[in-house]
Ligand binder design. Structure first.
Ligand code: FES
Length: 120
């Protein structure tokens, strides 16, 4: 899986938020202006774990979520593209079913230090 820094996005060491700012099984999104585009990342929380990705499906570059903070299907086990129903592994970002099968979301590397979520 490829880790990425979004152009115009957070710099290494930037504190994005505190884990307590994100409800369990929900996500928080951040938008950035890059050259001629607005890009977005989301940080999803599962208990004490966090997973951060660019909010852009690898096949059509559409955002995954339809509602703010909700990126998973009902069971909460997979991210789901709400446009096409594609399912993604939360831990790896890999598409397990759908039009982008085998491709992956772009992972954003973050650290969790004393509850603070920090860009790498
Ligand atoms: S945009 Fe790729 S599965 Fe929906």
């Amino acid at each position: 899986m490829k880790a990425s820094k979004i152009a115009g996005g957070p710099n290494p060491g930037d504190v994005l938020c505190h884990i307590s700012d994100i409800e369990d099984d929900r996500a928080k999104s951040f938008s950035y202006r890059s050259e001629d585009d607005i890009r977005e990342i989301f940080i999803h929380r599962v208990g004490d774990e966090i997973f951060a990705y660019e909010n852009s499906c690898p096949h059509a570059y559409l955002p995954l979520n339809m509602k703010d903070g909700i990126f998973t299907e009902r069971s909460g086990k997979y991210f789901m593209c709400h446009n096409h129903g594609a399912l993604f592994d939360i831990k790896t970002g890999q598409c397990l079913a759908g039009p982008c099968h085998g491709q992956s979301l772009v992972k954003i590397e973050v650290d969790l230090v004393e509850g603070n979520i920090i860009a790498q």
